[in-house]
Design a protein around this ligand. Sequence first.
Ligand code: NAP
Length: 332
Amino acid sequence: MKTIVLKSRPEGQPTLSNFEFVEEYKTLTIADGEILLEVAYVSVDPYLRGRMNDAKSYVPPFKLNEPVHSGVVAKVLESKNDKFQVGDYVSGMLNWSTQQVSNGEGLNKVDPEKAPLISTYLGILGMTGLTAYLGLTEIGKPKAGETIVVSGAAGAVGSVVGQIAKILGLRVIGIAGTDEKIDMLKSKFGFDEGINYNTTKDMKSAIAEAAPNGVDVYFDNVGGPISDAVMFSINQFARIIICGAISVYNNTELPTGLSVQPFLVKNSALMQGFIVSNYAEKFPEAIQRLSGWLSENKLTYTETIVDGFDNIPQAFIDLFEGKNKGKMIVKI
Ligand code: NAP
């Protein structure tokens, strides 16, 4: 079996040298109540970068020389736990190890009725889908006829936020990093407008032009100058969901930016940080809505599937280069 451990804490952009592969030649055995798992799909996520720092956050940091873990879908190879049968697929937070033993705590059986592909339990029916739905509905409180701007729009969370906003009757503007992604936002996901932040010189004007009636909801996945530019277009009583700030995750010093308070005050606007795990009691409702829309073909998704366990660290690093469209997943 192979395991990926965090060898050193990244300084700035993570590199392959921050990770180490540990190979062990042993047969794993299970005790009563345990299951033996073979990992099938691994989710790589921007938030894992924060856990690689030795800093206080909403989840504890990874320990050096211990396995990195994230959302995983795995197959049950052996079971001495009544809740899981051999051949079942489960999802949950598991190690970046090809095989591992679990007592089943925190693992959910993957229901093939709800989704056509088991990888979707790491994306649209997993943490990122829940984030999109709950961040938008709980903080964004979207209303038909309003305008929403979504940054990181072609990624796992952003592409779902935009589609849900369309279902709910909003005008949807997405911001992403390539023309190909902008085309995808409009042709595949039904966004009304798209702005490529890498080729647009004046983001402030581009946002104002795309949102002639102003911005009522801003779903922020990236932070930094892109989000500063959105502030100039917010409407009275705007809701700003701070879901992520990938543009600054690799900064070694805290960046300075626009002072947002005057924009919030004069517009009586709400800006609120969002962490999906705080809404666990709403997960069943969210999954029901998401899987319902999926089966009605109102919602679709895209996944960037990278092949092979050895490519997990590179797939993670590639998130910061925008190499993914939709959810980045590694197939083992
Ligand atoms: P993702 O959007 O699928 O992947 C990351 C994307 O970020 C890349 O594809 C890239 O797209 C963009 N990006 C990278 N560097 C950037 C930069 N400097 N400026 C602007 N965009 C940049 O990832 P995700 O899993 O859906 O996560 C999106 C955000 O939500 C992240 O900030 C993540 O931390 C956050 N999140 C929060 C929660 C929560 O509970 N709060 C849960 C899940 C995710 P481009 O090509 O467009 O640059």
